[in-house]
Design a protein around this ligand. Sequence first.
Ligand code: UDP
Length: 498
Amino acid sequence: MLPFMAHGHLIPFLALARQIHQATGFKISIASTPLNIQYLSSTFNSSSDEPENDHIHLLELPFCNTDNGLPENSENLSLDAIGKLFSASLSLRKPFHSLVSDIAAKQGHPPLCIISDVFLGWATEVASSLGTVNVTFSTGGAYGTLAYSSLWLNLPHRGRSDSDEFHLPGFPDSCRFNVNQLHHFLRNADGTDSWSKFFQSQISLSMQSFGWLCNTAEEFEPAGLEWLRNFLKLPVWAIGPLLPPMVLNNDYSSLSVAASGISTRRAGKKLEISIEKCMEWLESHSPASVLYISFGSQNSISPSQMMELAIGLEESAKPFVWVIRPPVGFEPKSEFRAEYLPEGFEERLEKRKQGLLVRNWAPQLEILSHKSTGAFLTHCGWNSVLESLSQAVPIIGWPLAAEQAYNSKMLVEEMGVSVELTRGVQSSIDWKEVKRVIEMVMDKKGKGGDMRSKAMVIKEQLRASVRDEGEDKGSSVKALDDLIKTLQSKWQMINCIS
Ligand code: UDP
């Protein structure tokens, strides 16, 4: 397996490795750069009876850091640095080729398959040169993956005005996209800039793979999957949601221990607040009354947006847990300063028990799984979306980057489980609007109640898709079985012929 070097990609790759091993007993190797391998290995449960590293091998690829000081993971990077990380990922090709050919030489045959990230499309060529097949894993949902791929492959989008709606190849005519849903680098891309060149070439290469995997479920995204299959003209296996089993089984007793899947999400993270303190705080509030706010592993909002959000939260008087990190424009890894928020904000919150501010990283799954959590204000990263809906928690969307705006569009238009508060870091958001939206979504009746009922239906769909009880197998379990069988016969065909 070859994930892209970002937290939101490493997590589903490792979860997929665990799922494949559980279903088949296969050994799986995950290759990445040293820092990311360190993140992944920090999630392995050393006390387990069957040491995980007996069947999931973590293999290091050297990181060719031509640009001094460029980090190996996209977490907390500026857009400019993320662009450099994309370019640097191309240099992994040679060492990856050597690594897979060493594995093949040791085993006496090539691996069954290489599962690679959609951003690392060159793996298709490595696979075919080594006598195996390549499957692309997009780590996102079907709708978002389709939108993002089609937008890059159908440039340019500039020249259109802000209010222009347009048809995007791959989607039906009735589904219109809006220019202001495009991130500014997509809006300015024309095929000659470095972002366009990277995405166009890597997505096109990924489209030459044997098939694609999506972290979604048939019953959850029927339309998105149908459109994606038509667009790619490839088999697409929906094998998600890749979430820890205890989250999907309502087994909350094990949530507070460093159990396998949960700790995956904390790869390489130090919590600055104990899980117990978070849980205690949530316990002191009534069911579905708390708003959880987080912008994922690598994003933040602008200083003025942060101020307005804080004022809106305080004025709404609703309890909340907010994962705070420095606003855009300040060193992301630096200390959070009180001046980023209204004067006396944290003290007032503490006194009134209205809000809990968590610095940098929170135990998100535990918070979302808690009965007191009533809604999630999120950047609509795909892992966050699945984690929220698997707990029937409705969403307030604030998409910031990548395919998040299209995830948000789907959640609002197709599923009715979200309201989009605003978009991006440039928008001017007023605290009164923040207050209005929070009050509407947290309301147990009206629109908020309706969103909650819809989220409940989705929660059941997601859980049904991963059911694995004897003959009673959910769609995603069947899809994984089918993927393995298909790969085995394909592998035999290639290796008999050669
Ligand atoms: N996450 C977390 N605590 C935080 C922020 C993020 O546990 O304070 C986890 C979250 O549970 C999710 C992942 O990090 O599994 C973020 O992935 P997502 O796809 O939502 O967004 P990305 O970080 O890729 O933008």
